[in-house]
Every structure is written in structure tokens, then in C-alpha cells.
Design a protein around this ligand. Structure first.
Ligand code: RRO
Length: 312
């Protein structure tokens, strides 16, 4: 089946790529993504300056394959590293490049966006409004006024289609309020739902210890346990953002969950925890599984079922 898609005006040979943060901090990581069967790739969220991030252990899978917990703390090489990568990227490869930016202030996001705009590259920006793990920095996605102000400054600077990475919302009023903000910005082309479910706590039953060291063990939850929260956010924004696209992320362990994300309204699907646990071979496997599901159900393209979840 045809699992190609178009996102922010660029064509992806298939809808799958990495969730920002996984397999994308260094050039060695990004090379693995380029060599994989993914349809695209996105870099680790960049700050203005390089960061080491939080002390280890700062990521662990949860027992039973239900998901993961992380408090990485935004380790990254600094935006100039990713700008340089973007300048040298082979855009003829048919695999589009997305760049994640997560400035610690609006001023930093302005400086980074201006630098990417000045370079005039065909990569697509995804602004991260949802890192749950920097001590003392609340997730901007939960402050609608701050997010609207940030978008009102950044959208005109970027001046072409771009996206934002959102935290999960858990209340219909919040879906409504967030969508009302996003609909004010015409060149906001996509929203990526969802980042990790912030500030969970995982405890080992035997040792009675937290699974990660930072923040007394508190960290963002990912993987299968967040699938239904992810699907709800994808579908809530698919219904509320006409003319914009949704990237679905959360709980994709096989072609079946990728299929459900598209049914909920996703135009592309990112994989985080399962990529971290399985490695880049996940993309060929999930692509094949999704294609087989589509053939079995009689769907030829993603458009045949995107957003067509049936309600009762
Ligand atoms: O680096 C992190 O701790 C991190 C980030 Br920036 C994010 O957006 N989401 C996440 O789960 N971890």
C-alpha cells in the first residue's frame, strides 16, 4: 500500500519518523536515521547553548513493555551544530529534514529562528513547547497566554510553514482554548501530539528505588501506556484545526498503533520509546505492518482512512 504523505508542503516517502529526542542528538545518531527506512528525521530539541542535561540514569524502559520514563534535561549540542547539519544535509535524498528548537527563553527562540531563516534552507522547524524535564522551567504548552505571545513573535519571523510540539491535554476546555490560539496563525502548519506525559514516577518493586535519578525520580512517560492520551490529542486537534495537519506520536509499538493514529487524524507518525528500545530497524517493521493492515482492510492510501474514526 502507499504510505507516503505530505507534511507542511514537503513530501515524505512514508509517514514514519523519529520522535524528537530519540536517535537524533549527534551526527552519528542522525546517520542511523538517514540509513533507516524512516520517511523523514527530526533533530534533538536545540537550545542556544550546548547542554549536558540531567544526571544519569535519566531514561529507563518500564517493565512489561508498557512504556518508558525520562528526565533527560534537554541534552543537546547547541543550535549551531544542528544549523550546520541542516546546511550540509542532502535534501535530494527524498527524506525531508525537520529541526526541533526548544529555547529556554523567547529571546533564544527568536535568535535561533532568525539564524535558520537567514540560512534559507528547505528544512522544517518544529518548536518544542512541551519539555517537562528542565528544573524550574514549566512547560509553555500549559500557559496559553505565553504560548500565544511566543507564536505571535516567532510565526512572522519563520514566515513559512512550521509546527509546534505539544504536551498532552486532559480537558476539553483546554483543547478548545489551545485550538483557538493555534488557529490565529496561518503559517502554523502542523501540531505534533504528544510529548511525554509529564512528571510520572516509576518505582522498582524489589529495590524500592526510583527508576531515574533526576527530580526525585519524576519524569516524562512514553510508550504504549500513553497511546490513548495521544490518540485523544491527535483527534481533538484534527477536529479543531481545519487546514492544519497533525503529527501523531505516543504508543506506537507496531503497525496497528500507527494505523490508529492515522484514523484519529494524523498525517505523519513519530516513534519514540519503541525506537529507543528496538533501534532504527523499527521503521521497516512498522511500515510493513501498516502496509499489510491497509491491504487487508482494502485501503490504498492514507487519505482513504485519515481522520475517519467512527463515533457511536
Ligand atoms: O530532554 C528532555 O528531557 C525531554 C524533552 Br526536551 C522533551 O521535549 N520531552 C521529553 O520527554 N524529554
Amino acid at each position: 500500500a502507499d504510505i507516503s504523505t505530505t507534511l507542511a508542503g514537503v513530501k515524505l516517502p512514508n509517514l514514519l519518523f523519529n520522535a524528537s529526542g530519540v536517535c537524533c542528538q549527534t551526527e552519528a545518531d542522525l546517520k542511523l536515521m538517514v540509513e533507516s527506512e524512516s520517511g523523514s528525521l527530526i533533530t534533538k530539541s536545540a537550545t542556544y547553548e550546548q547542554r549536558d542535561g540531567n544526571p544519569s540514569p535519566r531514561y529507563n524502559p518500564l517493565p512489561g513493555g508498557i512504556g518508558s520514563i525520562n528526565s533527560m534535561g534537554l541534552p543537546n549540542e547547541g543550535y549551531e551544530y544542528y544549523l550546520n547539519y541542516a546546511k550540509n544535509y542532502d535534501y535530494s535524498s527524498k527524506k525531508p529534514l525537520f529541526i526541533s528548537l526548544s529555547g529556554l527563553s523567547l529571546a533564544d527562540n527568536v535568535k535561533m529562528c532568525e539564524a535558520f531563516v537567514a540560512a534559507d534552507l528547505p528544512c522544517v522547524l518544529e518548536i518544542n513547547y512541551s519539555c517537562p524535564n528542565v528544573p524550574g522551567k514549566p512547560q509553555m504548552g500549559y500557559d496559553f497566554e505565553a504560548m500565544e505571545h511566543s507564536l505571535s513573535v516567532l510565526a512572522p519571523i519563520i514566515n513559512k510553514p512550521f509546527g509546534i510540539k505539544l504536551p498532552p491535554y486532559f480537558d476539553i476546555a483546554h483543547f478548545d482554548q489551545a485550538a483557538a490560539v493555534f488557529n490565529k496563525f496561518d503559517n502554523l502548519a502542523f501540531v505534533t501530539c504528544i510529548n511525554s506525559v509529564g512528571n510520572g514516577l516509576a518505582i522498582d518493586f524489589e529495590t524500592e528505588e526510583a527508576l531515574i535519578k533526576p527530580k526525585d525520580g519524576f519524569g516524562g512517560l512514553g510508550g504504549l501506556m500513553i497511546l490513548n492520551t495521544a490518540l485523544a490529542n491527535v483527534n481533538a486537534f484534527h477536529r479543531r484545526l481545519p487546514g492544519k495537519q497533525i503529527i501523531g506520536v505516543g504508543g506506537v509499538v507496531s503497525g496497528k498503533e500507527a494505523f490508529l493514529h492515522v484514523l484519529a487524524g494524523a498525517s505523519a507518525v513519530q516513534i519514540g520509546t519503541t525506537l529507543k528500545e528496538e533501534g532504527p530497524a523499527v521503521f521497516a517493521r512498522v511500515a510493513k505492518e501498516l502496509s499489510d493492515i491497509m491491504i487487508a482492510k482494502g485501503y490504498k492510501t492514507l487519505e482513504d482512512f485519515r481522520g475517519k474514526v467512527k463515533t457511536l
